[in-house]
Design a protein around this ligand. Sequence first.
Ligand SMILES: Nc1ncnc2c1ncn2[C@@H]1O[C@H](COP(=O)(O)OP(=O)(O)OP(=O)(O)O)[C@@H](O)[C@H]1O
Ligand code: SF4
Ligand SMILES: [Mg+2]
Length: 326
Amino acid sequence: MSEMLIDVRNLSITIDTFRGPLQVVRNQDIVLHSGEVLGIVGESGCGKSVMVSSLMGLLPKKQANIKAERFTIGGKDCLGFDESHWNELRGTTIAMVFQDPMTSLNPILTIGEQIYEVIHRSHAYGKEYDARKIALDILTKMGLSSPERRLIQYPHELSGGMRQRVCIAMALAGRPNILICDEPTTALDITTEAQILRLLQDLAVELGIGIIFISHNLRIVAQLCDRVMVMYAGKCVESATVEDIFNNPRHPYTMGLLMSLPQEKWHGELKAIEGQPPDLYELPRGCSFTPRCKWAMRICGKQIPMISTVGNHHEYTCWLAKLEGL
Ligand SMILES: Nc1ncnc2c1ncn2[C@@H]1O[C@H](COP(=O)(O)OP(=O)(O)OP(=O)(O)O)[C@@H](O)[C@H]1O
Ligand code: SF4
Ligand SMILES: [Mg+2]
């Protein structure tokens, strides 16, 4: 049976800014099981990176105020964690791959030195282990050619695609059971992107790790993910299996995102969602999507819709559900 790796309920994150407190994530649940790939999509600025950074303990303590009813990662309640606790968890239970590989790689250390450090910090290998052999095995698994040579190279000597594979290798070297990927392939060419995505899919199946995959590319999400969360203005507006999101979307924002995908039948014309995401400092009352929604009703601008559930844990927050008797 699959294990619950992340169980976060009613998460809210407020960031202190020069304009005052900004609520970036609002009343959000995040649940991830072993072997599952959870996709998170949503327009720029909707809070995806801030939300996953909180799961890694990466938000600055002085600036970010995190509240949650439950905040359990790998079975541990992490809400009151100090930096030493997070250091224990990061890399060994939960690891992250960023969009720009150079963010995670140290330019003055060789690839080998950086991977060995992760292996030494991990408790997964016991007392006796051969770090070089482990590193070589992981680099080979990541599909890097000449892995022996890579160990003695510096990050700047590798291409962007190679660096991203190294980052995934480093993330996996600590044998975490949760891997967060924040737009890991955006900067890569299509072929390398496809290879890395296949790798991630294999990892979820073979190693049973849970993966959170953030992307703007809905086609990739459709291929890779089991479940999808659609975020808008700091909140999940729809969450369902990948099949339900793509074949039976319920929330007008999700429908708009799907309509904005290039479609042959529209002869290349893109149907973008009109308008802009709201300023988080001045969220509309009621449903945040009201100013852009063509189905908006009077109640939408007044009251926040409740969560409605249909079928297989398909959840969405929209007043239209009430018209359907849900
Ligand atoms: N340190 C910070 N100080 C002030 N505002 C911040 C800070 N970090 C994030 N924000 C704000 O929080 C909101 C969410 O940002 P976040 O980076 O999570 O968006 P995102 O969904 O990951 O966007 P993208 O798709 O562009 O990566 C944005 O409005 C951003 O301006
Ligand atoms: S609650 Fe109203 S405004 Fe919001 S998405 Fe649904 S119909 Fe549109
Ligand atoms: Mg982001």
